[in-house]
Design a protein around this ligand. Structure first.
Ligand code: SF4
Length: 202
């Protein structure tokens, strides 16, 4: 099946409406597939703001993520350059404390492998969150986001290469201050790889 047909199926998906714990709103899948993209952003699930906008990373986390990647908004939202597939495509709702629920467990088994098969040029997967790391790192997943990020060079040996990141939420600013190696070592490697994988521009 071609990517366009697959995407039409994703946008018509109602799997989580019929689940034992149904999605508390109409599905609104938010993703940016890129059949020619060489960079994939593998996130968790849309938050409320992204659910409203229908566009991935239209929030302060997106601003920081683009800074980390060293790319403009124009490049980030160009599916020829960057594909964006969260582990759950729809906003999963909030828990009793008002925090985002985890990605819907139905989503990745239903769609992820098919979509990835339609994006064969991916060479770098930038992973945010444990669900994406577990999926994309396979046996190299060390069991926690902290361990994965601290040992980030392990992912460079995978095919496609994986760079695990802490969530770019402003809530992680303290962690970033306490771990200066992240800006000194990881980010330059990330930015160099991203720059190499972007298509040459006329
Ligand atoms: S989260 Fe995924 S599986 Fe669930 S309704 Fe949305 S697209 Fe379908």
């Amino acid at each position: 099946m071609g990517l366009d047909a697959l995407l039409a199926q994703v946008h018509a998906c109602r799997i989580c409406i019929g689940a034992a714990k149904p999605l508390p709103h109409e599905p609104r899948p938010v993703l940016q597939p890129g059949p020619k993209a060489r960079i994939l952003i593998a996130g968790q699930a849309p938050g409320l703001r992204v659910h409203a906008s229908g566009r991935p990373f239209t929030d302060p986390s997106g601003v920081r993520l683009r800074e980390w990647l060293g790319v403009t908004e124009a490049i980030f939202y160009d599916p020829r350059e960057v594909a964006i597939l969260p582990m759950g495509f729809c906003f999963p709702g909030l828990d009793a404390k008002g925090s985002d629920l985890p990605p819907r467990p139905e989503c990745a088994p239903a769609w992820r492998a098919k979509l990835l098969a339609a994006m064969p040029k991916i060479e770098l997967v930038v992973c945010l969150g444990s669900y994406a790391m577990r999926w994309h790192m396979g046996r190299a997943w060390p069991g926690s986001v902290d361990a994965a990020v601290r040992n980030w060079r392990v992912g460079l040996a995978l095919t496609p290469a994986v760079i695990p990141l802490p969530h770019p939420s402003w809530r992680n600013s303290g962690w970033l201050k306490r771990n200066p190696w992240f800006a000194a070592d990881l980010l330059p490697e990330l930015q160099a790889r991203v720059a190499r994988l972007l298509a040459p521009r006329a």
